[in-house]
Design a protein around this ligand. Structure first.
Ligand SMILES: Cc1cc2nc3c(=O)[nH]c(=O)nc-3n(C[C@H](O)[C@H](O)[C@H](O)COP(=O)(O)OP(=O)(O)OC[C@H]3O[C@@H](n4cnc5c(N)ncnc54)[C@H](O)[C@@H]3O)c2cc1C
Length: 396
């Protein structure tokens, strides 16, 4: 360590995006002396938690064990919204499914049955009757969930960091953690100080416990320990709503249409206060390609934008002729089985990790934040996250 400074806290959170900001808020609310560090200035648009909206739903087709966590996450968003005085969650309803026998509708119905959720099985004809903005075949199998909708990622992170700082947490921005370590007596991180006269110096922060929540940078932060994690770069397109009320929150539900072995297509309606770009936000779930995080800055590929619009236009009336209001990149971090990786680091019990959110993690941010705070403070959590254990693939 050259020209080092040392600073001590009880828990350090590395990465203040969705999961880290909520972990920091959860720690600070408990009165823990917590320090959060981010390589950029969150909320920012260089990771996984930007672009105005994220789908939230309860009847989870991916895995029925997520449902209890989702119930807790809904409460977490509402508590955060209350404490921050900002609206974070919209219940605009959700419709999802596809051709007969599709896995999405079947999985949603299974979750609903297992957990007593209120959902409705409808066919394509009924969807068109309720929502003439869609064009789907009569025989499609779909599920409608009234409590589905969307949350606001940037506002959530801003709110969580605000709550954390007001409760006494310290936040350091624009400070990439270059190295970390842990042993039986504690843990430390080192931040290279690239600014001003101290250029080249390193500040070392010491702590009892560490939370690593670095999103698409987790492969670097874990240095090959744990499951293989692969960032992918996803493309988002906003189609101009041209003031059309049928593309607005309240009239259009959030939707996701299964396409078998092709990436599912999803959309989130326009809503008041969404800012720019204004319009219907659409994307192809898991279209990729695989990238390094820095490649989020590359120019958006026109061919992917055209593909996204063409697939959307098969299902949404008028989508082929609306102007493109905006495009953006965003990063997924895929785990081997597309389930999250949350728990103690395989080699260091005082380091909690949150990784591999595989393009569906945002809706869980408040409950994952709680679980991370439990792990950092108590070394265990009563929240049912066992199925997400980092060691489920072997010890890595
Ligand atoms: C296009 C798109 C659509 C999505 N749609 C949905 C959806 O509808 N519903 C849903 O639930 N989920 C959705 N997701 C997934 C969800 O957004 C992510 O799972 C979630 O945001 C991941 O949060 P995170 O905290 O892991 O990562 P991030 O929020 O990216 O946070 C990681 C943070 O770590 C920081 N960091 C990294 N390395 C370091 C370091 N060395 N030192 C300091 N700081 C560091 C980064 O700057 C960043 O702020 C979507 C994702 C994308 C890209």
């Amino acid at each position: 360590m050259a020209n080092g400074q040392r600073v001590r806290s009880d828990v350090i959170v590395v990465g203040l995006g969705a999961m880290g900001s909520c972990a920091l808020a959860s720690l600070a609310r408990r009165g823990v002396r917590a320090l959060g560090i981010d390589r950029y200035d969150p909320p920012h648009d260089l990771g996984s938690s930007h672009s105005g909206s994220r789908v939230i739903r309860l009847s989870y087709f991916e895995h029925t064990d997520y449902v209890p966590l989702l119930r807790r996450a809904y409460e977490g968003f509402d508590r955060l919204a209350h404490d921050a005085g900002e609206r974070l969650r919209y219940e605009t309803g959700l419709v999802a499914g596809g051709a007969p026998g599709n896995a999405v509708a079947a999985g949603m119905m299974r979750s609903a049955r297992d957990h007593g959720l209120e959902v409705e099985a409808i066919d394509g004809r009924e969807l068109r009757r309720r929502h003439p903005q869609f064009t789907v075949p009569d025989d499609w199998e779909l599920v409608a969930e009234r409590r589905g909708g969307f949350v606001r990622p940037e506002a959530t992170i801003r709110s969580a960091l605000g709550v954390a700082e007001r409760a006494g947490a310290r936040v350091i921005r624009n400070a990439p953690v270059a190295r970390w370590g842990a042993d039986g007596s504690g843990a430390w991180v080192e931040v290279a100080d690239g600014l001003g006269p101290r250029d080249g110096a390193v500040t070392r922060y010491e702590t009892d416990a560490l939370v690593l929540a670095g999103g698409a940078w987790m492969p670097e932060l874990l240095g090959g320990v744990g499951p293989r994690l692969q960032p992918t770069r996803e493309t988002i397109v906003w189609l101009d709503d041209a003031g059309d009320p049928s593309w607005q929150h309240g009239s259009m539900p959030v939707w996701l249409f299964d396409r078998g072995d092709q990436p599912a297509v999803y959309g989130v309606p326009a809503f008041p206060g969404m800012g720019r770009p204004q319009g219907l936000k659409v994307g192809l779930h898991g279209r990729g390609p695989a990238v390094r995080p820095a490649q989020i800055r590359d120019e958006v590929d026109d061919a992917i934008v055209r593909e996204t619009i063409a697939v959307t236009a098969e299902r949404v009336v008028g989508a082929a002729t609306r102007a493109v209001a905006g495009t953006a990149h965003c990063l997924y971090t895929m785990s081997p089985d597309s389930d999250f990786v949350v728990g103690a680091h395989p080699e260091h019990p005082n380091v909690a990790i949150a990784a591999g959110f595989s393009g569906h993690g945002f809706k869980f941010a408040p409950v994952i934040g709680e679980a991370l705070a439990d792990l950092a403070v108590d070394g265990r959590t009563a929240l049912p996250i066992g199925f997400l254990s980092p060691t489920r693939f072997g010890r890595g």
